[in-house]
Structure formats: structure tokens, C-alpha cells
Design a protein around this ligand. Sequence first.
Ligand code: SF4
Length: 407
Amino acid sequence: MPFNQPYGVRSFYAPGHDQGPKAVPAIVGRGPSSFAAYAAAGGFRALQRLQNGETTPVAVLKQILASGLRGCGGSHLPLVKKWEAAIPHKPRYLVVNGMEGEPDTFKDYLLLRDYPQIVLEGIALACRVLHIREACLVLNSAYGECRAALQAVLNENAALFDGLDIQLVDGPEVDLYVAGEESALLNYLEGQRAEPRLKPPFPHEQGLWGKPTIINNVETLSWLPLLLVRPELFAGRHPKLVTLLGDVAEPGIYEITLGEPLPEILQRARADDLSFVEIGGISGGLIPATLTNVDYDDEALAPLGVQVGSGTLRVFNTSRDPLAEMAAAIAFFKTESCGRCTPCRVGTQELAKFAAALRDTPLSNTDLNWVHSVAHTLQQTSTCGLGRAAPAPLLTWLHHFGKKPHD
Ligand code: SF4
């Protein structure tokens, strides 16, 4: 399978973009208990049952689709939607997105580093039930240390992966945010610029090398072995890994249940001096501590203008300035825009200028109307999620922290 052609497009990106490998903090390891328990019991049980004929691909597929499992990369769309759309096209490839480009997000890293067997079992299960023979797992360039352990699992359990071609592919050397977008990943694998494709056609119709392709996130597939062996984990609930860091005493990757009260989640990491929280990663938004008494799921968070997203919760204490954090987030999107779509290229620059000037400039109704118009254009006309998400930090700041307009 001709993955990972030479990649030579760094000059396409803005000067200063090359920030080196993603900084991986030493926080990971406050172990998600379900994964630890499954690994401790030996793992591979779900895949072995399938191999031994104790169950069938059809039965396993039904169980997965009925579980309610959602995509854990940020979309939170039910997995059933993606797979059911793809199955009639007879998917040829499975691409597993291990780019995890969202800043301060490390849940996939924890899985790849500590539970490579479960990650690969999930990939193999998906391949078996979807009748896909060729898969590739694309790893963030900063996660190179995980590669040897993943390869060892493949080598040492060759019989379980028999008939499957699972390749481990290094992502772009530069830590590109937009390269984690699913169609950009396909371009990267084909040796083109890692920029998003226009849709339609969608990857499940014409994906890698023009063939129907399913793209799933590392965490999403890692839940498959667990939900098959311990279906009670998904009985009327949805477990999720969150990256919980910032001004907390015990940062880490925590296993929570969607719908849990947010204050209880924050207190697991001991957020003792809480001023505000960034919910959903840098493409999420900021809410003040006074509004955190809410359940942690998309339905309850939506009225606050935020969503679960990448599952990252960044906590800020009373010494932090929400305006500075918001301006930094907007500047990030300006830098990360690949520049192909005019609304995103120009809009992120304009929003960044506006955010940087907010501290010194009184806010007028004219300003507010302008910001909302730019944000609306970005959300409606951007090709990919970066442009659509870019206004969120500014919009939530204006809503929850902004000064009142003066005319
Ligand atoms: S929305 Fe922005 S990041 Fe996405 S393709 Fe367009 S210019 Fe590139």
C-alpha cells in the first residue's frame, strides 16, 4: 500500500509555524480504569472470540453499531452514521487518525503509549467487521516513541492480525493542526499538501487513492474491544477520555462518563482556584467558573456556546486573564490557517487583529455587528473545521466576559 510519500511543503505554511514537536507533558498516566482493567486481564479477548468463531463479524458489527459509540476525535457524531454511510461503498481502506493536533490534548497519546495492544485490537476489529484488509495508523510526529511498541504488538501477535495489512505511518514532521483534518490526512498520505479537500465527495465515497475510505480516531476504535467484552460500559451511558490540565493540582487523562456534572470532573484534578475553563480545546470556548455547574455533554454545553470537542478541559485560576487566553487562541488559528479559502485566510487575520486590540479599544455595536458577520462567514463558508471553529473563542469571550458596547 503506497502510504507516506515524501512530504515537502513546509514553505507553504506561514513563517514561524515550525514550532517543533508537540510538547508532551508528563501528566499522562492517571489511568483510565477501563483500559487498565482490560489490559491487565490479558486483552485481545474480543478479537480472539471473533477469530475462534465464538461470534461472527455480522454480530459484532451489530453490537458496535447499537452501542451508541460516538467519534471521539472531536465531532462526537455517532459512529453508526459514518460506518452505515460507508458500508454500501465497500470501504477499501481504514485510516486511523493519531495526529491529535489539538493543543494540550493527549488522550490518544496515552492510549498509543500505554495501551498499544488495545489500539491495534480496535483497528483489527474494525477491519474484520468492515471487511477491510488495509489500514494505516498515522502518528503525530511527537509520538514516535509509541511506534516501537505498536510494531512489537503487530509482530508478536501475527496470527491475530493474519490477512490484515496494518501500517504505522509518521505524520508530518511539523506539528500541523490542519493535517489532522481527515481529508488533509488523505492528501498527506498521497504525498500532496496536507490541506483539506473539498467535500463532496466524502472520504467514504472517494478517499485514499480515490477508493472508499473510513477514517476514525484512535480513541474511537480503542473503545471497540471494551464495549464488546464489557457492554455494560455503554449501557445507557458513554465513557470518554478527557485531558484535564492547566491550573489544577492533578492534571491528567481521566475517564469520565458523558453527562457527568462538570464540577465533579474538574474536582478530580483538584481545580481549587477556578476562574474560568476552556472547554473542547482551543477550538472550543471559554466559560466563567460561575457557569460551570452544568452537565458535561454536548446538549447541556450547547447553550453556553461550547461543546465536548476533543475532550480537553483547560482550567485557569484567578491570576489568569480570559482576554489574553482568547486572543492567543485566535492568533493560533490565524497562524494555522492553511490559507486556501479566502474567508478563513482573511477572516482569521481580521479576528486576530480585533482580539489583540480589544484591551485598549472600547467595543461598539458596530464592532459587534462586524465580528458576528465575520464569524458567520467563517462558519458558513470555510472548507474545513478549522475555519468553522476559529471564531468560537472570541464569540464565547464576548458572550461571557466581554465589555458592554458603548454605542
Ligand atoms: S477553512 Fe482554513 S484551514 Fe480549512 S481549508 Fe480553508 S483556509 Fe485551510
